[in-house]
Write a protein that binds this ligand. Structure first.
Ligand code: AMP
Ligand code: MN
Ligand code: MN
Ligand code: MN
Length: 290
């Protein structure tokens, strides 16, 4: 599939996907359905990394077959005025640090949802908070829940348009002041025994110089890894992130950022292999993949 990559022995016999979402945040599938889909797709190790919550691990059924499940989280935070996401991989979801983290972020999400609702009301969109809450169905509210409401109410024709017009960068629904700081979320992850990994580094649209600055600050805060392979990236971008990962002395991660079936490149397990000579983050897990 990607002839330019030399694939390490490990990635030939395994398919490790360390970034995915369930309906406990903004994903479509239950944790059990997500694990079943992972097995169908040939994924051998799967991390569930919901936005700011570990609810997926409450009463989670045993992983099917030989699937190895990794407990994770994707924390929302900011670097300067840039909203960024930090993955915590191989965490203990029941640890006091994670419980503190998720309750802090849940309160932040609640306040933020109210502000998003108020901002949208000013633009003439009524009832958005209630609509988003309906779609969140008891879990933390995120912008995709507002997007679904905008589509349902016939205000926009797609989620994509909802983000473009109302929720994306610089728009009324782009409210992000209230997240915990980057060093705080890294502290929570480390205190929970986990490894902090910068998610989808290209999503922030930073110049190479600013991305390096972000990574330096992240390392200073205790961050240890970055996603080198992510959904929605081309081969050249992946190669370049592999180089950056080595230069920065970070561990490399690989994850699809799967949310729902039918989203093309972001399918479970359907991402490029790890570029060679990147130290894989999974070798540092308390139970490295078999
Ligand atoms: P939030 O966690 O509330 O900040 O919402 C961010 C989430 O919105 C991301 O994790 C994506 O799942 C989703 N998202 C971001 N941009 C878009 C977009 N353009 N179209 C659809 N979903 C998006
Ligand atoms: Mn999401
Ligand atoms: Mn993300
Ligand atoms: Mn994600």
């Amino acid at each position: 599939m990607c002839p330019e990559y030399s694939v390490s022995d490990l990635s030939i016999s395994s398919n490790i996907d360390l970034h995915s979402h369930t309906h406990c945040s903004d994903g479509a599938l239950s944790p059990a359905a997500l694990m079943a889909r992972a097995v169908d797709n040939g994924v051998t190790t799967l991390a569930i990394t919901d936005h700011d919550t570990v609810d997926a691990f409450d009463g989670l059924p045993a992983a099917p077959g030989s699937l190895q499940l990794v407990r994770g989280i994707e924390f929302s935070t900011t670097w300067g005025s840039v909203g960024i996401h930090v993955l915590g991989l191989d965490i203990d979801p029941g640890s006091p640090a994670i419980l503190e983290g998720v309750s802090h972020q849940a309160a932040a999400r609640e306040r933020r949802a109210e502000r998003i609702g108020a901002n949208l009301a000013k633009l003439g969109v009524e009832g958005a908070l209630e609509g988003a809450a309906h779609h969140a169905a008891g879990s933390n509210i995120g912008r995709p829940h507002f997007a679904r409401h905008l589509v349902d109410a016939g205000i926009t024709d797609s989620m994509e348009t909802a983000f473009k017009k109302y929720l994306g960068d610089g728009k009324a629904g782009d409210v992000r002041e209230s997240w915990a700081s980057m060093s705080q979320v890294v502290d929570w992850i480390r205190a929970a025994g986990g490894i902090a990994v910068l998610a989808h580094p290209l999503a922030y649209k930073l110049t190479r110089t600013r991305l390096k600055r972000l990574l330096n600050d992240f390392i200073e805060a205790g961050g240890e890894g970055m996603e080198v392979v992510s959904g929605q990236q081309n081969e050249q971008q992946t190669r370049s992130l592999g180089q950056l990962c080595r230069d920065m002395g970070l561990l490399g991660s690989r994850g699809s950022d799967f949310h729902a079936p039918g989203q093309g490149w972001k399918e479970l397990g359907a991402v490029a292999p790890m570029p060679e000579r990147v130290s894989p983050v999974w070798e540092r897990f308390r139970q490295p993949p078999a």
